[in-house]
Unconditional design. Structure first.
Length: 428
């Protein structure tokens, strides 16, 4: 049954409302149609008193005026209210604001890397980083429209590996082995130096571990080497070298994925994708250094189909309070973007460098997060190649082994970048 919807012709909100309803319909596999005639519609939506579902005209007018700050829209709770004098939540506006990360459009103090900081977010303010709040608002919106509940779907996981360093194994693992008085480990590192086989470059070992659990993953490579002149570093390897090209060929041969890890150099996304040397449809920004919404234009210009950058470096969980990939809304041009954003939820460096969690606790924290979101979520899981180390990051190797075993036991299958594109990016 097709649900015919009429959106009142208000210039401040019609494209945004339609985007949200199409996302809702995709979540539930529902056919929706839109009609310009109110008398033909089963459901009428708008700010007026005759609408079946009222939405906040003030909220959408605020967006047109550039009022993006979460403190402006979320006064005492993380939701937007209708301007009718009652505490009536506008679930549609709230979902739109959260999913599209509109809070990040605001002019706020950035962190030392020029990123939107977790400390400036409503997730931090209300202590809700681990809750997929936007999904609850979509459920409430569906109920208000008389639409069926979302079907029960098992969660899946997009596993990724950012390849920042390979040669660091020779210095960091050696220092660890000396510090912990491990003569055998020292000998192993010295042998790898002589043979020019750094342990962090053994990507086959990572693929073997995933194959043991029936999972596939995506390896993301940086195309520039060394510093960027502003104190940040790109890769410590040459992507054009025979060894790196052979590693990428081997990954593809084993049916794993290769993608771009956008460098901190000023080259464009399109230039870097070409420089990679192999076909790629997916990206993640190095250091998670990007600004929303400028990244929307960058990704569209680069022609990539999937981005996997939308996660907080400082905290695991939902940076946009939503549990699935989505096509962002281009707010300036008032249209859907041309790529899918598959948010990042869990990253090794979050626990190691920011939260400083004990390695033995990391698997428990991740598994608990997965357990609380075990239906209909597409988890974004990042484990760098060096965190598969048996030396410096040995506790994290144990953690990822436990997480992979959990995924297999729970029947949570991996999803590829191609599947994300084909499932979530409209073809017309």
């Amino acid at each position: 049954m097709t649900h015919a919807i009429h959106i009142e012709p208000d210039p401040d909100l019609a494209p945004e409302v339609e985007w949200t309803l199409r996302l809702l319909a995709h979540d539930r596999g529902l056919p929706l149609s839109f009609t310009p005639r109110a008398d033909e519609a089963m459901i009428r939506i708008g700010p007026g008193p005759d609408a079946h579902l009222r939405v906040s005209q003030r909220f959408f007018a605020d967006l047109r005026a550039g009022r993006y700050a979460q403190q402006h829209h979320f006064r005492h709770h993380p939701h937007i209210l209708l301007e009718n004098g009652a505490d009536t939540i506008d679930h549609l506006a709230t979902a739109f604001y959260m999913i599209n990360g509109i809070q990040e459009y605001a002019d706020v103090p950035l962190d030392g890397l020029g990123r939107f900081p977790y400390a400036q977010s409503y997730q931090h303010r209300f202590q809700v980083p681990h809750a997929a709040l936007a999904g609850g608002h979509l459920d409430a919106l569906a109920r208000a429209l008389g639409l069926p509940d979302a079907p029960k779907r098992p969660s899946r996981v997009l596993i990724t590996h950012d390849i920042d360093e390979i040669h660091g194994a020779w210095t960091q693992d050696l220092w660890w082995a000396l510090k912990h008085f491990r003569p055998g480990a020292v000998a192993a590192v010295l042998a790898s130096i002589v043979l020019r086989r750094p342990a962090w470059a053994d990507l086959d070992r990572i693929m073997d571990l995933h194959d043991e659990h029936g999972l596939k993953s995506l390896f993301l490579f940086i195309v520039h080497r060394g510093g960027n002149g502003a104190g940040l570093r790109n890769a410590d390897y040459d992507i054009r070298s025979r060894a790196m090209q052979e590693r990428m060929r081997r990954i593809r041969e084993r049916d794993f994925g290769v993608g771009l890890h956008k460098s901190v150099s000023p080259t464009s996304m399109e230039e870097e994708t070409q420089r990679l040397g192999v076909p790629a449809i997916a990206n993640r920004y190095h250091y998670l250094k990007f600004r929303w919404p400028a990244a929307i234009d960058e990704l569209e210009a680069g022609g990539l189909a999937v981005d996997t950058s939308l996660g907080f470096a400082e905290e695991y969980g939902f940076r946009n309070s939503y549990a699935r990939p989505f096509v962002p809304f281009h707010l300036k041009e008032r249209r859907p973007a041309t790529f899918v954003e598959a948010p990042l939820h869990v990253m090794d460096r979050t626990f190691f460098g920011y939260r400083k969690d004990d390695g033995a606790e990391v698997a428990r924290l991740i598994i608990d997060f997965f357990e609380r979101n075990d239906q209909g979520t597409v988890f974004g899981l990042l484990w760098h190649n060096n965190f598969f180390s048996t030396m410096k990051f040995g506790a994290y190797l144990k953690a990822i082994r436990l997480v992979l075993a959990y995924l297999r036991e729970k029947g949570i299958r991996s999803i590829t970048a191609e599947e994300v594109r084909d499932t979530y990016l409209p073809t017309a």
